[in-house]
Design a binder for this molecule. Structure first.
Ligand code: NDP
Length: 331
């Protein structure tokens, strides 16, 4: 991490790729820990918040140090009893570097991967974004068959999973995405009304297809305003993210008073604080649903850590075509 961005992150300026530091893999001291070869790292929208010089629910990136995020690595050497050479470890603070020494399994988990998925899957539908969709939908939607849900950034890893959960619960799903390619993907997931919010007015669609009982907010801004204007009585607003304001200032919300008049329940959440309760169900149920094709997902895989800055920018601008993940190395 080289420099705080003013608006969108710029590869080569906000972040730089540097190969000057090397380690001796056979002899580097492990001090009771284990040495991981990093296989893949996830790029997620919230990382933009960690580039700011302000306090947030998660620690900020330090200038001059590597970025870090969710990732998967394979154990090359170990002095730690609970992992063995060849184990695969999912770690929530994986530094964007080729190798890392970890002292223990704090914030890390050995992955069994009985279904033989590519490791990248553990950064997406079986990782933090998948958990986000699964846990928060179950915790906050209070979904009832026949209700109407509106889901934003529906072509991404969180939104696309939510679309499928809402359909499985028998709701009518209205979904928005920012490209024709994403719109096609979301239609194939079974959403009832899918539109490109860049070419179709969101408020017009919601007026025609709503009112909405459950709003899954990934974008905030004018979209949230349109959802408030078209909210049903006793609707639930799941405030997952507000990416329209991560890089530039979002306009003020005009329809806030509808929260009162329509008796809306609006819940913000951070996945790390609600996941525990659902972890066992998630890892029992979801891998099977993916394996048998019930749950579909889309990845946008980039090879090479040197492109991480480009992928970071793509996620913020919306040019990623699915779950953004960088493959650092093969096995
Ligand atoms: P995606 O991979 O879908 O990437 C983000 C997407 O946001 C872009 O591809 C783009 O899609 C869309 N976007 C970018 N700018 C705008 C804009 N100005 N207006 C509308 N849409 C925009 O991301 P995820 O599925 O990983 O994450 C989705 C949301 O969930 C984010 O807001 C993220 O911060 C949030 N999140 C929250 C968590 C929590 O614990 N609360 C945990 C994980 C994610 P498009 O082409 O459709 O514009």
């Amino acid at each position: 991490f080289n420099e705080r961005p003013q608006d969108y992150p710029i590869p080569g300026k906000t972040t730089v790729y540097d190969e000057s530091e090397t380690i001796d893999l056979d002899n580097v001291p492990l001090n009771g820990g284990y040495l991981l070869k990093v296989l893949c790292v996830s790029l997620d929208p919230y990382m933009r918040g960690r580039m700011k010089d302000s306090k947030s629910y998660v620690g900020g990136f330090e200038i001059g140090k590597p970025l870090s995020n969710f990732g998967v690595g394979v154990v090359l050497r170990t002095e730690f009893d609970n992992v063995k050479v060849g184990d695969h470890v999912y770690y929530m603070g994986m530094p964007f570097q080729k190798y890392v020494i970890l002292p223990n399994l704090e914030n890390a988990r050995v992955i069994k991967n009985e279904e033989n998925f590519p490791w990248t899957v553990y950064t997406g539908v079986l990782g933090m974004p998948g958990l986000t969709a699964y846990c928060a939908w179950k915790e906050y939607s209070r979904a009832k068959k026949g209700e109407v849900a509106f889901i934003t950034t529906a072509g991404g890893p969180v939104g696309s999973f939510v679309v499928q959960l809402a359909k499985a619960d028998g709701l009518k799903v209205i979904a928005s995405a920012g490209s024709e390619e994403k719109v096609e993907f979301v239609k194939n997931l079974g959403a009832d009304v899918v539109f490109n919010y860049k070419t179709t007015n969101t408020a017009d669609v919601l007026e025609k297809e709503g009112p909405i009982d459950v709003y899954w907010d990934n974008v905030g801004g004018t979209t949230l305003d349109a959802a408030l204007a078209n909210a049903a009585l006793h609707s639930r607003f799941i405030e997952c993210g507000m990416i329209s304001g991560y890089n530039v200032d979002a306009p003020p919300i005009r329809n806030l008073m509808n929260i009162v008049g329509r008796q809306i329940t609006m819940t913000g959440f951070i996945i790390g604080f609600i996941a525990e309760k659902y972890l066992s169900d998630f890892y029992t149920e979801v891998p099977k649903l993916i394996k048998n094709g019930t749950i579909k997902y889309k990845e946008d895989v980039t090879n090479g850590l040197e492109y991480a800055g480009h992928v970071m920018e793509a996620v913020q601008r919306g040019t990623n075509k699915g779950k953004a993940v960088v493959v650092v190395a093969d096995e």
